[in-house]
Design a binder for this molecule. Structure first.
Ligand code: NBG
Length: 947
């Protein structure tokens, strides 16, 4: 029996509430209507003098008090207003605002005095009101989809109350905000997550049940907003959840693509791509902001002029496109705070080109409108690779420029000294995709705000930071100098200038070391000169981070070696994490309930450290049985889903072995399916009596291939071919089933992960920066078969290598092995693997032509990803999996230990680290309602001050 741990060890103290609160003044924020179209040439306006004073005093106090009460973990959560309302009889009052026009204030105040209720009647009324007044449907007959939409609108209403109060509170306090710039946010469905975060799932479920609707069915009506490819975009979504939960003032910024990642369908075993127009049914979660709109310039030329003896530049001409904001509220778990995700859509600057129109050329007058709208039409479907297309650079600049302008506008509302900027804003670049934001920021400071270079550079450098997500050469972005020069001429000049100053410094530090200078230069010389975006990001940022310990070490030693030598304190590690709200609580409600029962409270959902206590149950028979039952129920749910989508019946008592991620050669789905073939051939050779002894397996592989990635598509075809043969082989029966799960996406992951027992994270060592699904699987009691790569290394440190199935070459060995293979020194192909190759090439699993070149290369030793090299140790690890699974007690003990030791991989921990060492930002909890008087605390302070 594992030694009992005290529950207290994980307990956290709640932070004290700030005692004195400032006035709460309505300012002209994005929450107020009628913000004029901002003009890039707008002057900086001085804030109101009273406002300036107020800001200073209050924020200092709040910060001081927080530091005192909670030295170790400055960022923690509080209760939400929704909890305060639960069970209360009187409606909760909204805060009292100070309007300059008291009369008007009184009237508005009396109209908007209370929050929307959370009792059954209020919820029902708000839903049917939306059915009739928003959707214009009849109240007596609306579909599940209509009900989903109306329910979403009613939830959005409640979120907006918090959203407004949160933003006004932040504005009044002039707090420092984090801005997370990302070209991808892979949010997944929002309804269940929202209901759970604001603790209203039960209320809504009952309210809906009472009028004849089933909440779980409504969940299935929501489309996945899939504005991302894979891990990078999903990480951004987990970060948004943690930022809000930890009460960090933070905004996500990105693009509102009309088409998210394509839908994958399988026809004759091949992947086909179908456009995902996710907005066709409307999007009830967003708020269009027609008043938040910025002009964005492309092309044109730069003009030099002199002003007060200083040479200045101005970017002129070209084409203007407008960026319009769409906001999605991001509620935190169990907090009153509600952050924002602002996504930009492109629009034409003018509806028509009137000149052409008047000349009678109607069609070409619409052309420019279409060209403008095209910018935010579609997400590029590449994961870990870049295409270098002009439209992609346009997308990047479009969203960066709008974002930087928006951030600056917010800053200028309350501040007049540019030196304060780094104390008010931290901009995080999610990979190099938003790199041009740094140059745009510099351009605005120098050309428009007329700051001198040194000052502007300092402000830029102290506010920006950059996360690297890959060492794969094909994913390291470079843009042709010619293209940047054409599209963004002023930015190209500035990039050359940055490089010029930097090269001077390098030359001073390392005189004559031209090799080093060449490596560190922002420009890769050659026939087609390129700008290295990663180098640009490193230079412009005060901090750079990798996403797992091994990955950070690798970037320090390889791709960014010179920069690490030059700036030894700049590159640091921030191991990724995932949100336990979506990935345990929502995805696996039964497991969540069991954990809550065992721990005797649900605090662990916001403080995952608490699951450590589960270790006490690792050998508890009764608990293990409940654990097994839950997994079984999740497997049944998945089996039903697979029968529905794939048409194959899979047994429940088999081991569910899952590999779901983008299809990529470095992730080695190929090695997985080669092993499956080997397993199939082995079972086929057995006598019926021996087959009885085999541990039955269902192997599930899912993931999308980039549309132009032929080898990845060939692997999908092979998996489907193997499934066709194996699943219909009577000799094999239920001992082996092979499923390609189509259209893998966030909602599919929420069904697949809780049902998995074994999951595969088998990339060639050194190639997967982190991986994040590995963390989700562990949190759902799934065991890992994996290589020592990415975050697997840290997972093994936490859960213990003995509780995983680790195999394969280590990162230190990879280069040698690869060199040997490519020089022809390799050992002969493993005989089992040769047999697998032979069976594939003989056509057993369908058309050979598409897979032939890949198999041929492996046989020739051209095996960059070391599939043939790692195959033997992979088979051994798989044998160990079977042996362990036979001992169900042991297997489940390992599973429970995994969950109990998974706390490190909560994105709350990751975000706390970013806050502390990169962003230097404090949490700012919005005051919660007063328990007895049911009036929000800061309104009370204001009333006291008024009297
Ligand atoms: C991906 C890595 C993953 C990592 C995620 C999130 C890119 C460029 N990189 O290993 O491949 O988990 O980023 O950090 O998409």
């Amino acid at each position: 029996m594992a030694k009992k741990k005290s529950k207290k060890s994980a307990a956290q103290q709640k932070p004290a509430e700030p005692t004195s609160q400032p006035k709460y003044e309505v300012t002209k924020d994005e929450v107020t209507i009628g913000t004029p179209v901002p003009d890039p040439e707008l002057e900086l306006k001085e804030p109101h003098p009273e406002q300036k004073e107020e800001i200073k005093i209050d924020m200092d106090k709040v910060n001081e008090e927080e530091k005192d009460t909670d030295k170790k973990r400055p960022i923690k959560r509080k209760n939400s207003k929704f909890l305060m309302q639960d069970g209360g009889s009187s409606p909760l009052l909204r805060p009292e605002f100070i309007y300059h026009n008291e009369d008007k204030a009184q009237k508005i105040w009396s109209l908007m005095q209370t929050y929307q209720g959370i009792d059954q009647k209020s919820i029902q009324r708000s839903i049917v009101n939306h059915v009739e007044y928003t959707l214009a449907m009849t109240r007596f007959n609306f579909s599940d989809f209509g009900c989903y939409q109306a329910t979403a609108f009613s939830l959005r209403d409640r979120l907006l109350e918090s959203w407004n109060d949160t933003n006004q509170y932040f504005t009044t306090h002039n707090v420092k905000r984090v801005y997370y710039l990302s070209l991808e946010f892979l949010l997944g469905r929002l309804m269940q997550n929202t209901l759970n975060n604001i603790n209203m799932e039960k209320n809504y479920r009952e309210a809906l049940m009472d009028i004849g609707y089933d909440l779980e069915r409504l969940y299935d009506e929501e489309v996945d907003p899939a504005l991302g490819n894979g891990g990078l975009g999903r990480l951004a979504a987990c970060f948004l959840d943690s930022l809000a939960t930890l009460e960090v003032p933070a905004w996500g910024y990105g693009i509102r693509y009309d088409y998210g990642i394509f839908k994958q369908v399988i026809r004759d075993g091949y992947q086909c791509e179908i456009p995902d127009f996710w907005l066709s049914g409307g999007n009830p979660w967003e708020i269009e902001r027609p008043e938040v709109i910025y002009p964005i310039r492309f092309y044109g030329y730069t003009e030099k002029y002199e002003e007060d003896g200083v040479e200045r530049a101005q970017w002129k001409g070209g084409e203007i496109v407008m960026a319009k904001a769409y906001d999605t509220p991001v509620p935190g778990y169990n907090t009153f705070n509600c952050n924002n995700l602002r996504l930009w859509k492109s629009l034409p600057a003018r509806e028509f080109d009137f000149q052409s129109f008047n000349k009678g050329d109607y069609l070409s007058s619409v052309e420019s409108k279409q060209r403008a709208e095209y910018i935010t039409s579609v997400l590029y479907p590449n994961d870990n690779s870049e295409e270098g297309k002009e439209l992609r650079l346009k997308q990047q600049y479009f969203f960066c420029s709008a974002t930087v302008r928006d951030v600056i506008r917010r800053f200028k509302k309350n501040n007049s000294d540019w030196k304060d900027f780094p104390n008010k804003a931290a901009l995080q670049l999610n990979d190099t995709h938003p790199a041009i934001a740094a140059v745009e920021f510099l351009r605005i400071l120098i050309d428009e705000e007329k700051l001198d270079w040194g000052e502007a550079w300092k402000i830029l450098h102290s506010s920006f930071s950059y996360t690297n997500h890959t060492v794969l050469p094909e994913a390291l972005e470079t843009w042709s100098v010619g293209l940047i020069n054409h599209l963004l001429p002023r930015h190209m000049e500035l990039i050359y200038l940055i490089n010029h100053f930097f090269m001077d410094e390098v030359a001073k530090k390392y005189p004559g070391d031209y090799q080093r200078m060449q490596e560190m230069s922002l420009i890769a010389e050659g026939d087609d000169k390129k700008v290295r975006m990663a180098n640009l990001c490193i230079l412009c940022s005060h901090k750079v981070n990798g996403v797992a310990e091994l990955h950070t070490k690798l970037i320090q030693e390889t791709i960014f070696k010179r920069f690490h030598e030059y700036f030894p304190n700049k590159i640091e590690n921030k191991t990724n994490g995932v949100t336990p709200r979506r990935w345990i609580h929502c995805a696996n409600p039964k497991l969540s309930a069991l954990i809550t029962e065992a721990l005797d409270d649900s605090e662990w959902i916001g403080e995952l450290e608490r699951v450590e206590y589960l270790e006490n149950f690792a050998e508890d028979e009764e608990f293990i049985q409940k654990w097994i039952d839950i997994k079984k129920q999740n497997k049944e749910k998945l089996a039903a889903k697979i029968e529905e989508v794939v048409g194959v019946k899979i047994p429940i008592n088999a081991l569910y072995d899952v590999q779901i991620k983008r299809i990529h050669e470095y992730k080695r789905q190929l090695m997985n399916i080669l092993y499956v073939i080997h397993r199939y051939l082995t079972i086929k050779d057995m006598s019926p009596a021996d087959r009885e002894k085999v541990v039955p397996r269902v192997v599930i592989i899912g993931g999308k291939a980039a549309p132009g990635y032929h080898n990845a598509k060939a692997i999908i075809k092979l998996v489907n071919g193997v499934g066709d043969i194996v699943n219909n082989d009577k000799d094999i029966g239920d001992t082996l089933k092979v499923i390609f799960y189509p259209n893998y996406c966030v909602s599919a992951a929420q069904t697949l992960i809780p049902a998995s027992e074994l999951s595969q994270h088998i990339s060639t060592a050194g190639m997967e920066a982190s991986g994040t699904s590995n963390m989700k699987f562990v949190m759902n009691g799934c065991l890992i078969i994996g290589t020592m790569d990415g975050a697997n290394v840290e997972i093994s440190e936490e859960v213990g290598e003995e509780n995983m199935f680790i195999f394969g070459a280590r990162v230190e060995e990879v280069n040698d092995l690869r060199n040997r293979l490519f020089s022809g020194e390799h050992k002969p192909i493993d005989r089992r693997l040769q047999r697998v190759f032979d069976s594939i090439l003989s056509g057993t699993f369908g058309d050979v032509s598409i897979i032939y070149p890949i198999i041929h290369n492996l046989m020739e030793g051209k095996d960059y990803y070391l599939v043939t090299e790692d195959f033997d140790s992979y088979v051994k690890a798989q044998n160990k999996v079977d042996d362990t699974y036979r001992d169900q007690k042991k297997w489940n003990m390992m599973s429970i230990l995994g969950v109990s030791r998974s706390a490190k991989f909560s994105s709350d921990r990751t975000i706390e680290e970013y806050c502390e060492s990169i962003w230097k930002v404090d949490r700012v909890p919005i005051p919660t309602p007063n328990d007895t008087e049911r009036v929000r605390s800061f309104c009370k302070v204001y009333s006291a001050a008024k009297n």
